[in-house]
Write a protein that binds this ligand. Sequence first.
Ligand SMILES: [Fe+2]
Ligand SMILES: [Fe+2]
Length: 280
Amino acid sequence: MKAGTDEHKRRFCEDFIATHNPYQPEALPWPALDAEALARLRAIPFWGEVLTTERRAGAIVNAYAARIDDPLVRQAVALQAYEEARHARLLWLMARRYGVAVGDVRAEPPPADLYRAFADFGYGECLDAFLGFGVFNIARRAAYLPEPLFAIFELLLHEENRHIVFFINWMAWEQARRGRGLAWLRAIIALRYYAGAIGRLLGTVRRGRHAADGRDFSPTQAAIFLDGFSLRMLLEECCAEYDRRMHAFDAQLLKPVFLPRLAGFVLAGLRLGRVGRGRR
Ligand SMILES: [Fe+2]
Ligand SMILES: [Fe+2]
């Protein structure tokens, strides 16, 4: 299937709309947590950051949806906005229920350039999801929190997975409409956006370190789950989990491939470095 065609558009929009899960956060089976589980949940330092991101996402995606001329694409993007706002509701509910401090949750108005904001946000989600899937898997396997809570967060993660598959297909379709459909041109555009997303993530990590006042916590480190994990083990986990999740999606749809490829290069470098050190 050729990216940018009407058939492509119908496929990525209809797949996204058909797989929407109509759950309500208030009706989810929130478990009772004992003192240890509560302490572990509260020790995770990035809830405020995640909640702010979800609120901001809902506002940007909703504002962008209103500007889309194609009715099917508009319906799909509006559905994503609904899901992002529901993520914020779910996290807010969790924070209230279990006494998790989320700090001052900022609510800024969406930026003026909504196309750019939507694209920046989409590539940022691709990066967060790639790292988040791996970290989530490690934390779940380590039973860091009770399984019923992981089952609730899994709803959210699966939605983020649908969002990034939808986004990458939308981006290819949109670029084709703008006359930038050639694969190499799309790759250069993606590279620019990914560089921005990685820069923003590093900025968040730096700010988190600063706010944590030298303690080994940051909004994106999840250091508490990762005790004993090397960069190599973390990247291998992220790649394996990403691959597993992406296989569950329609094989005809495009998938975000830049980050697993980049991670593959980094892993190859780390393995080479180890072989080199072993020879010395
Ligand atoms: Fe979200
Ligand atoms: Fe999302």
